[in-house]
Each structure stands twice: as structure tokens, then as C-alpha cells.
Design a protein around this ligand. Structure first.
Ligand code: ADP
Length: 375
């Protein structure tokens, strides 16, 4: 019975009624009369009769069945949230294809609240990793408050060919950055605000599916918007291999931020790889250290969520100068305290979060070459 009902899908959720927990049992009389219980997400579900008809026709086809009665009920609140969890997990396990090669390491930079330097860290970390000879994608998914183009001094418009959009490319040290941002599509940040959330999360999906990122992408850094909304879900659905790096400040209430981050991670099934503390202390010209924003926030947050603290970036005017002049501080002033700290973090990323080892010598490019040689 169960097996045959796996053929009945909830057309809206895209999965079968058994997988979704909507099949709630069946009784069969000696004479072959079958009664099937199906619970819908809501009693007035518009797909009710369609699901009912499909269950009837599937069960009626089983040998020995003389009649089928389908009783339609409604899922309880708990069952409904379990179903939504299952749908998310299924979506996560069966992602739709993107233009991101399976060999690309995807790191999402997130924060529990705004203004902690998430975008500055994303841009600079991407540039620092690229300057070590890697090809690094930078997806500015902070579509409401995009700042990447300004921080990198990029102003281009997106072009494309053969149905795919080309990212804006720039060199960084011995490597390359490939950048995509909402800022390349709209003139002013205010314009993006007029777009509805759903359309914007579609934009992120499109940035993953319709951008020619290339087979050579070693890393993709994603500057995440704050919160736990549609963009996080889109990312986890399309790129379930994504790991999160959480940016925090020393004074941030660790427990509160930890709870938000844990919520974000568990809702989207993304793994948290580490914590980065920004605005750690101000070091004056004479080398004196001032802990303006308190201390220990990064360490407390890291231990609260059970991940390593992978670096601490001091408060440094050079970061502001870099953002204002449109040149990432790691490229413009590599000897500044903030750039040195970011370089250390980049080293740790390259060491600890390297693109998959067995794939490193066997990337999609090599696979392609092998295939074409065989073919
Ligand atoms: P978020 O993306 O979290 O909103 P931003 O990266 O836009 O934060 O940073 C907020 C402001 O703080 C910007 O003006 C940025 O230049 C500044 N900033 C970020 N990190 C530092 C730092 N380590 N030292 C000095 N200023 C910083």
C-alpha cells in the first residue's frame, strides 16, 4: 500500500504523500474493501480532490481490491511543522543544478545583526584568498544593502552571451575575482528596496543558475543578507554544500547572536565552519591597544556554537579608507593591521577549508579532458 502511494505526489510540494507524512494508515477488510486515511496540510486544500482521485485510482489498481474509500483529514500543528521540515530537508538533499562547479568551496559570510562588518569581511577575504592565486567568486547576496561594487570600485553593467550572464572580473594579486551584485543591475540602493522579497530571492537563484561562474572557480564567497529569510533558503536548496562563517563584534551579546545563528543554520541545514571577530580592538600608532567595543564576543560565540574562532580583525581606519576609495584594504594597504589580520584568516581558510582534496587534482576541467579523450 505504502509503496503504491509513493506514486501520489502533492503537486504543490513536489513530493509523495508517504514521504510527506500525509499518508496516515489504511485498513483492508477480508472482502477487499480498503479505507485510506490522508491528512492534508489544510482542510480546505484546493488540491484535495486531485489527491483523493489519485489515491483512489492507485489503490483500486491493486490486486484483490474491490472498493476504495479515502478519508481526508487535516495535519495537526506539530505534524504540519514536521512536514515543512521534511520538505526543506528533501529540497536540501535534491538541489537543482547551478552553474557552480561541484569542486567549488562555498562559504557564506553571515552575521546575527547588521553593521558588524560582514560586507567588509566578505570583500576583503575574497580578495585575500584570490590574491593567493585562486579564482574566487563573490556573490553579493545582500541584495537590499549591496555594497560590494562600491567597496571594490566596480561600476560595470552585466553583460552576457549564450543565455548566461558574465560576472564582472578583476584581478587580485596572482588570482581573480568574479563578482556579481544587485548593484550591477540597479543604479541606487533605494531601487532594490522597492523589489519584493520573493523577487529578490529569485534574483539570488538566478545569480547561481544563470551566471557563467566557470569550471575554474575554487571558492565562492557569499555576502549574506541579515536574517533567516528566503535568500538563506534559496542558497541551502541550491548549494547545500555551503558552509557559514559568522562575523561578530567583541561586545555582541554572544548568547543572542548564537541563538540567531543556530536558528539560521538549523532552518537552512547549513554547517557553521567558524566565527570571525571584527572590530576587536583599536591599536594606535604607538602600538597601544584599546578594546573600544569590549572583548571576548568572538570567543564566547564560537564556544557557544561549538566552532573555532578563526580570526580577529582590529578596528582600523584603513578599512574605511579602502571602502571609500573603492579598493579593498587587503590590496590597497596590505601592511595595515586589519589587512594583516585578514591575511591570516585567508591563510586559515585556504588551509582548513580548501576545496575538496580528492577533487583538487581532478577538477571538472580534467574530467572534461578525460571524457573528451575517451569520447
Ligand atoms: P555590514 O555588512 O555588517 O553591515 P559593513 O561591512 O558595511 O557592515 O561595515 C560597516 C561599517 O564599518 C563600514 O563603514 C565599514 O567600512 C566599517 N568597518 C568594518 N570593519 C571595520 C574595521 N575592522 N575597522 C574599521 N572600520 C570597519
Amino acid at each position: 500500500m505504502k509503496e503504491i502511494l509513493r506514486g501520489v505526489r502533492d503537486p504543490e510540494l513536489g513530493h509523495d504523500v508517504v514521504e510527506l507524512g500525509m499518508f496516515q494508515g489504511a485498513t483492508v477488510s477480508a472482502a477487499g474493501e480498503v479505507e485510506v486515511k490522508i491528512a492534508l496540510t489544510i482542510a480546505g486544500c484546493p488540491l484535495r480532490s486531485q489527491i483523493q482521485r489519485e489515491v483512489e485510482s492507485k489503490v483500486a489498481g491493486l490486486p484483490g481490491v474491490v472498493s476504495v474509500k479515502v478519508t481526508m483529514g487535516e495535519l495537526s500543528q506539530d505534524e504540519r511543522s514536521a512536514l515543512m521540515d521534511r520538505v526543506r530537508r528533501l529540497a536540501h538533499d535534491n538541489p537543482r543544478p547551478t552553474e557552480i562547479a561541484p569542486t567549488t568551496r562555498v562559504l557564506a559570510i553571515a552575521s546575527g545583526k547588521g553593521g558588524v562588518g560582514k560586507s567588509s569581511v566578505s570583500v576583503n577575504l575574497a580578495a585575500a584568498v584570490a590574491s593567493r592565486g585562486f579564482t574566487v567568486g563573490l556573490l553579493d547576496a545582500d541584495i537590499w544593502g549591496f555594497s560590494t561594487p562600491r567597496m571594490l570600485g566596480l561600476s560595470g553593467r552585466l553583460g552576457g552571451r549564450e543565455g548566461l550572464i558574465d560576472p564582472v572580473r578583476m584581478s587580485a594579486g596572482s588570482g581573480y575575482l568574479k563578482v556579481i551584485s544587485m548593484g550591477f543591475l540597479v543604479e541606487e540602493e533605494d531601487q532594490a528596496l522597492m523589489w519584493r522579497g520573493l523577487i529578490l530571492s529569485r534574483a539570488v537563484e538566478q545569480f547561481l543558475q544563470d551566471v557563467r561562474w566557470g569550471d575554474d572557480l575554487d571558492y565562492l564567497f557569499v555576502d549574506m543578507p541579515p536574517g533567516t529569510g528566503d535568500v538563506q533558503m534559496a542558497l541551502s536548496r541550491l548549494l547545500p554544500q555551503t558552509e557559514m562563517l559568522v562575523v561578530t563584534t567583541p561586545q555582541a551579546g554572544a548568547e543572542r547572536v548564537a541563538a540567531r545563528v543556530a536558528d539560521m543554520a538549523s532552518r537552512s541545514y547549513l554547517k557553521v565552519a567558524g566565527v570571525i571577530e571584527n572590530m576587536t580592538a583599536f591599536i594606535c600608532r604607538h602600538g597601544e591597544r584599546y578594546e573600544i567595543f569590549g572583548e571576548g564576543g568572538g570567543k564566547r560565540l564560537a564556544s557557544a556554537i561549538g566552532v573555532p574562532l578563526i580570526g580577529q580583525i582590529p578596528i582600523d581606519e584603513a578599512v574605511l579608507r579602502g571602502a571609500d576609495s573603492g579598493k579593498a584594504v587587503v590590496l590597497a594597504e596590505p601592511e595595515s593591521p586589519a589587512a594583516l589580520a585578514l591575511a591570516d584568516i585567508a591563510d586559515r581558510v585556504v588551509e582548513d577549508l580548501a576545496p575538496p582534496v580528492e577533487m583538487a587534482g581532478c577538477t571538472a576541467r580534467i574530467l572534461k579532458a578525460v571524457n573528451s579523450a575517451v569520447g
